[in-house]
Design a protein. Structure first.
Length: 94
């Protein structure tokens, strides 16, 4: 008989998105990520938009973020995309 996992797959996905968003937000707050100072709201919006793969920003990413900041945004977007596939896999396997 198949033993049920104690962790609900939907909760794992939500927690993963929260971790991606928090990590990306704090990385974008670092001075190495910004060419000019950016407000917390703009950083938060950019991070959440990247995690959800919407891609909307309130600032010009090429002029405001350094190469490191742009790489962080790219990695956050990639992690967010993997979430959809992971969610579907968890649902199928659960």
């Amino acid at each position: 008989m198949k033993q049920k996992s104690p962790i609900n797959p939907a909760k794992v996905i939500v927690l993963a998105y929260i971790v991606y968003a928090a990590l990306g937000f704090f990385l974008l707050l670092l001075p190495i990520s910004q060419k000019v100072p950016i407000s917390l709201v703009d950083n938060f919006f950019t991070t959440i938009s990247a995690v959800s793969t919407t891609g909307l920003t309130t600032v010009d990413v090429g002029h405001v973020y350094t190469f490191f900041g742009q790489i962080v945004i790219l990695l956050i977007m990639q992690a967010g995309c993997v979430g959809y596939m992971t969610f579907n896999t968890f649902v199928v396997l659960a």
